[in-house]
Design a binder for this molecule. Structure first.
Ligand code: GTP
Ligand code: MG
Length: 442
């Protein structure tokens, strides 16, 4: 009976209604004991309205949705109770079920049951969490595609290509005497691997773009004091978020804000101006600025258009060498002559569209990335790159004239990693880890 799990699926706050979800064999029998109507024996999903009681004491008039398994989200019998949205009522109902032998669900336990009962693969299960966490309509759209199975379908052709090559090699190993089978020679294996890696390259490209659409990017605004970094943050956000003054060293702590640039969430970080000879407090701010460069995906180096690049800025360029670095010449309203190839803006006048265009251009997101499914979370991208390195090694083994049974070792690893993508091959620890990031009740 402790196989029955229960959780509040709505936030633990006073609201019009609250939803309690219960799953597991035995949850109908428990409901029969607590509810004024008999739920057991239903053949199809059914809605009931009646009273939940505990020890003869009426708790609430509720709506009960009963779904007989296995055609349910978890694959088990499921009961959903909509009660009045008082935490007192919700807790009393949950308490009544706990007395009957149910237990609190852990994070993501409903989804993990759906996964283990074969109702969804791991990519679809991950999409449940992504959907709940989506903050832009673009990221919601990608998550919904994954939930509907479109993303999982990307794995099948990749898996098939690797399986076809492996079976060709196996046939050659097992039946070397047959002359009517295709020979798995070095050139055949190499060209097959190259073609699989082409498929993989486009999956990785789509995945990286999808990750940006789904998760957004960190953008650090850095430069010397007084060049207009905070003014730029305010112009980007169209809001007076950060304090602006003509006193160098105004910003000490990081000021943050989010904007949506053509469907991509940018997490902006306005930082303290970087200069030498600062006092202790300012020095602490500068340390944070430098850290923010290291944690950012995009670094906007702001210069005063009248001054240009200074020695201190070269240190910023060095720190940002692995990032997308965009150098802007601010205060262009104060210069008469503009030099070719420089990106001029005026944060004061909110004249910043050249910078917005440049950021979008440098991200290199294709239009298709917004409309097509992609394997875009860190786990999925990590597995795609693992598959690629296994294939690269297999190809190298081939070039080194290794026997084909040894070449197949790396191909098997690549194949197993494709199975891992959908959770067909996975450890319980890993899946527990994945589901622990979910909300309770999901
Ligand atoms: N004329 C002109 N002035 C600007 C422009 N952008 C910023 N300023 C002025 O430059 C001064 C400094 O601006 P801030 O935005 O505070 O500069 P900051 O880089 O954040 O400075 P710190 O926080 O001290 O590092 C303010 O007086 C702004 O009004 C611009 O595009 N044109
Ligand atoms: Mg500032």
């Amino acid at each position: 009976m402790n196989n029955v799990i229960i959780a509040l699926a709505t936030p633990p706050l006073k609201s019009a209604l609250a939803l309690i979800r219960i799953s597991g064999e035995g949850c109908f029998a428990m409901t029969d004991k607590l509810f004024s109507k008999k739920v057991s024996g239903i053949k199809d999903k059914t809605i009931f309205v009646g009273h939940i009681k505990d020890g003869g004491e009426d708790i609430d008039l509720v709506e009960v949705l009963a779904y007989p398994g296995p055609k349910t989200m978890t694959g088990e019998d499921v009961v959903e109770i909509s009660c009045h949205g008082s935490m007192l009522i919700a807790n009393e109902i949950i308490g009544a079920y706990l007395k009957q032998g149910a237990r609190y669900a852990t994070r993501g336990e409903f989804s993990s049951r759906a996964f283990y009962n074969g109702k969804m693969d791991l990519v679809e299960a991950e999409a449940v969490n992504d959907l709940i966490n989506a903050t832009s309509s673009e990221s919601k759209k990608l998550s919904l595609m994954s939930l509907n199975g479109a993303t999982s379908k990307l794995v099948a052709p990749l898996k098939k290509e690797i399986a076809d090559l492996l079976s060709l090699i196996e046939v050659n190993i097992d039946y070397p005497e047959y002359t009517d089978i295709e020979e798995a020679n070095e050139s055949k294996i190499s060209s097959s691997i190259d073609s699989i890696r082409d498929t993989l390259a486009s999956l990785i490209k789509g995945g990286k773009e999808g990750k940006i659409i789904k998760e957004g990017l960190k953008v650090a605004i850095v430069g010397e004091p007084n060049v207009g970094k905070s003014s730029l943050l305010n112009a980007l956000m169209n809001e007076e978020k950060a304090i602006v003054s003509d006193i160098p060293g105004t910003t000490r702590d990081i000021v943050e804000g989010d904007i949506n640039l053509k469907g991509i969430t940018l997490h902006l970080l306005d930082t303290a101006g970087i200069r030498s000879g600062a006092d202790k407090l300012e020095e602490m701010g500068i340390e944070r600025s430098e850290k923010s460069i290291l944690s950012a995906d995009v670094v906007i180096l702001v210069l005063d258009a009248r001054v240009g690049l200074k020695e201190e800025d070269k240190r910023i360029e060095q720190l940002a060498k692995d990032k997308i670095l965009i150098t802007v010449y601010n205060k262009d309203d104060l210069v008469k002559k503009k030099e070719d190839g420089r990106l001029y803006i005026s944060a004061l006048n909110k004249d910043i569209s050249p910078l917005l265009n440049k950021i979008y251009e440098d991200l290199g997101i294709s239009d298709e990335a917004f409309d097509n499914p992609s394997l875009n979370n860190a786990r999925q991208l990590g597995l795609l790159s693992k598959i690629d390195s296994c294939l690269a090694e297999a190809r190298q083994d081939c070039l080194n004239q290794m026997p084909i049974d040894l070449v197949s070792v790396n191909l098997y690893s690549a194949y197993n990693a494709t199975r891992e993508l959908l959770g067909e091959e996975t450890t319980t620890d890993l899946t527990d880890e994945i589901f622990s990031r979910f909300c309770v009740g999901k």
